[in-house]
Ligand binder design. Structure first.
Ligand code: PQQ
Ligand code: CA
Length: 789
């Protein structure tokens, strides 16, 4: 990727960019004015002056304003609700990855506050023993910190001393790793009834004894193992069932959630997101029969349809519903997936399920016809709010598609939908139904490339936001970037457990440079797009923002280190916002204006949301560190992973703690070793064929850039070259996560890929030798170009 202009941290009061002036849509008209035809801009943030003006308007004292309303509402809901009230704000314990049953990522603790946070330092740390993405927030109950790690590992520590109590490593079928688009991550575990529930990458749910970590039961929750289904999400306990989704919608899945009995692990029900091929017989439920009418009868049922609900699942104790955010369509383009048209329910939707029966109560489709990997799987926050003078139990939801929604939890009614990033796929909403009106001209790439805002990485993604009922603000990272998206012509045959999304993506921070590498007719078509001018003028960036969920207005914003830097957020009642960065800082900000109160160098890249808890009167802040997730192979050059590697750590802070030891710097880059000679008979044509196969199958992990998390195949050693066929076709490196491909690739295919890589290694070596000779660094900016995501 081109870092230029995007990799500088602009912390408050230190950078050139003024602290609480968010510099959104710089150079634009602001105020919601249209900068470019077809690009819908979110409302301009309030000015710096406004942001500073009245802290009291943003942060009322308890007993005043919104805070008082909240208390009243919470009491009212006790009498209304059949089940328990929603909890808002974690206390001494952090009972689930989101902190409380609303998953607000907000803590009522005030022991660490603006007056003393300068004293924050390391209390203890633990080595998680892995080096991939860390996305979970831990759970702290009963003085024990439970941590979810790569591929479904679980760890338990004494939350005060850091003494390890147990560690659980599931036996994972690494072949499943082939269809995990976005790293072998895990987004959390659930603790209930003396059990720890965690889902492994290969689709097994484990119930562990919370005291010992021993397996009480395990259940295979994958419906069809002939397909690419896998698991990265956190389980959610809803009464006496534990509910989990699955992933794989870039490959060949038909999405579903599964509910298991928390005592026995027996599967109680399964709810499918999309209909199945009607030729197979009737649908499983009436809601699927209804959904079927929104699909072409001749849809690409072979590919599965997608919809994988790979993250957000919230049990709402007040309504008794299990709320689920569903995933994207497969293949990506609706015109390929369901050629005759249709909304393709329930892709890109929020749905409410009855946890006793698994039947759907309501749905709202946030992205009809999804064409852009616009999942609605991003985290939901459940809270109470006064909307238009009425007390409401609401969901705050900002999916990938660029809008921040406020919905009624009981009915799914959309109360608000405001753009928080540039949006050009929708022109607005139908009044009443609040169904988005698609802007096909700007965003349908059936007949040619399009630059779509926001991008497939999402205006927001899984990175948790926090909601403070005290300030009424939503604190989260927003990636205001777009992407070039196109597909290759013609119908692709279905390939089992392989990519079938049939789209190529180039993100706008790279698009001006990358366009020159495209075939000339394609480059010309891209340059003619109105959105290309927009992308060139403002390729976009990520920011941490404080947003009023009812208006979508940004109250303050600060630039992050680069567009991939969009870490999860913790908010506290003492007015702190805590967020880690990819360069390895734990940053504590003032919730009123984003000003940095404390920044701690950790030397480890942080994406996950920090948590806080108290043991024996001492307040701690804990966070898991490790770069990875979507685009994990494209290690940003500004990340600590690039400088110091990616050893996963659990870092726990307290007042008067010590300095964080930094992992040693990685040794300097070395020139790529010489490749072996090409095998006899290899031609330019072989190499070109190998390149095509490489991009269709391998490039999603092997970015072939310096310090990539997946091996850089431009620097293979002689032994790796010798074992190439065994590695690619027979799974020689399966335990390390490299799957076997003999069901997709022939020996000739593997050899062609090898020929391409030998050629690439040779060219890389020549290039790097020249750089070395000229005294230049071996690495340079590299583009983030994904053949898929
Ligand atoms: O469609 C899917 O099944 C699926 C799964 C996952 C996943 O399980 O991690 C991601 C996505 N899609 C996705 O679109 C995406 O942007 C994404 C980012 C991440 C991550 O962990 O950073 N996972 C996923
Ligand atoms: Ca996806």
């Amino acid at each position: 990727m081109t870092d230029g202009g995007f990799d500088k941290l602009s912390p408050n009061g230190e950078g050139q960019d003024s602290p609480s002036s968010p510099l959104l849509f710089r150079g634009g008209a602001g105020g919601g004015g249209d900068l470019t035809p077809g690009i819908h801009h979110p409302p301009a943030p309030s000015s710096e002056e406004e942001g500073e003006k009245g802290p009291s308007s943003v942060r009322p004292e308890p007993g005043e304003g919104r805070w008082r309303n909240l208390v009243v509402l919470a009491t009212a809901s006790l009498t209304l609700a059949a089940a328990a009230p929603l909890t808002q704000g974690a206390g001494a314990e952090w009972i689930e990855p989101g902190g409380d049953t609303g998953k607000t990522h907000w803590s009522t603790l005030t022991g660490i506050n603006a007056a003393n946070v300068a004293r924050l330092g390391l209390a203890w740390e633990a080595d998680l023993g892995t080096a991939r993405g860390q996305e979970a927030s831990p759970v702290m109950v009963g003085g024990v910190l439970y941590v979810a790690g790569n591929a479904g590992r679980a760890y338990a520590y004494d939350a005060a001393s850091g003494r390890e109590l147990w560690r659980f490593e599931p036996e994972v079928d690494m072949q499943r790793n082939r269809t995990a688009c976005c790293d072998m991550v895990n987004r959390g575990l659930a603790v209930a009834n003396g059990r720890v529930f965690i889902a492994a990458l290969d689709g097994w749910m484990y119930a562990l004894d919370a005291r010992t970590g021993t397996v009480v039961w395990k259940t295979d929750f994958i419906e069809d193992r002939k397909r690419g289904d896998n698991s990265t999400g956190a389980p959610e306990v809803a009464g006496d069932v534990v509910v989990i989704g699955m992933g794989g919608a870039e490959y060949d899945v038909r999405g579903y959630v599964t509910a298991m009995d928390i005592r026995t692990g027996a599967i109680r029900w399964r709810w499918h997101v999309v209909p199945r091929d009607p030729a197979l017989g009737p649908q499983e439920t009436p809601e699927l029969e209804a959904a079927l009418k929104t699909w072409d009868p001749k849809s690409r049922w072979d590919v599965g349809g997608g919809g994988a609900p790979w993250d957000a699942i919230n049990y709402d104790p007040e309504t008794g519903y299990v709320l689920v955010g569903t995933g994207n369509g497969g293949p990506y383009a609706r015109s390929k997936r369901s050629p005759a048209g249709g909304d393709n329910l329930y892709l890109g939707s929020l749905v409410a399920l009855d946890p006793r029966t698994g039947r759907m109560a309501w749905h709202y489709q946030e992205t009809p016809e999804d064409n852009w990997d616009f999942t609605s799987t991003q985290p939901m926050i459940l809270t109470h709010m006064v909307v238009d003078g009425q007390d409401r139990g609401v969901i705050l939801h900002a999916p990938k598609n660029g809008f921040l929604y406020v919905l009624d939890r009981k009915t799914g009614q959309v109360l608000r939908a405001n753009a928080i990033a540039r949006v050009n796929w929708a022109k607005g909403f139908e009044p009443g139904t609040m169904k988005p009106i698609l802007n096909r001209e700007a965003a349908d790439y059936t007949d040619g490339p399009k630059i779509v805002f926001p991008s497939t990485v999402g205006a927001r993604n899984w990175f948790p936001a926090a909601y403070s009922p005290q300030t009424g603000l939503y604190y989260g990272s927003v990636a205001d970037i777009g992407n070039l998206i196109f597909m290759t012509p013609g119908a692709k045959p279905y390939r089992a457990r392989a990519l079938n999304n049939d789209a190529a993506l180039i993100f706008t921070p790279d698009v001006a440079a990358a366009v020159e590498t495209l075939p000339p007719p394609m480059a010309q078509a891209v340059k003619a797009l109105p959105a290309f001018a927009e992308a060139k003028a403002n390729p976009g960036k990520s920011q941490l923002r404080a947003i009023d969920p009812l208006t979508g207005q940004t109250v303050w914003a600060v630039d992050s280190e680069g567009w991939q830097d969009r870490g999860g957020v913790l908010a506290t009642a003492s007015g702190l916002i805590v967020q880690g960065t990819l360069s390895g800082k734990l940053v504590v900000r003032d919730a009123r204006n984003g000003k940095v109160l404390k920044s701690i160098e950790t030397g480890s890249p942080i994406m996950a949301a920090p948590i806080t808890y108290t043991v024996r009167g001492v307040q701690y802040i804990a966070v898991q560190a490790g770069w990875g997730g979507g685009g994990w192979a494209f290690t940003p050059r500004y990340s600590a992973a690039y400088a110091r590697g990616n050893q996963n750590r659990l870092l726990v802070f307290r007042l008067d703690g010590r300095r964080v030891p930094l992992p040693p710097l990685l040794p300097p880059l070395e020139v790529a070793p010489p490749p072996p000679a090409q095998a006899a008979g290899v031609t330019a044509e072989t190499i070109a064929r190998g390149q095509g196969l490489f991009f269709a199958n391998c490039a999603i992990c092997h970015a072939n850039i310096h310090r990539s998390m997946a091996p850089d195949l431009r620097r293979m050693q002689p032994g790796t070259h010798e074992a190439f066929r065994q590695i690619v076709l027979e799974g020689a490196l399966l335990p390390a996560g490299m799957p076997r491909w003999d069901d997709v690739l022939s020996v000739g295919d593997a050899d062609a890929i090898h020929a391409y890589l030998i050629d690439l290694q040779g060219k890389t070596r020549v290039d790097e030798l020249a750089k070395q000779k000229a005294g230049k660094p071996l690495d340079g900016p590299s583009l983030t170009i994904l053949s898929n995501y």
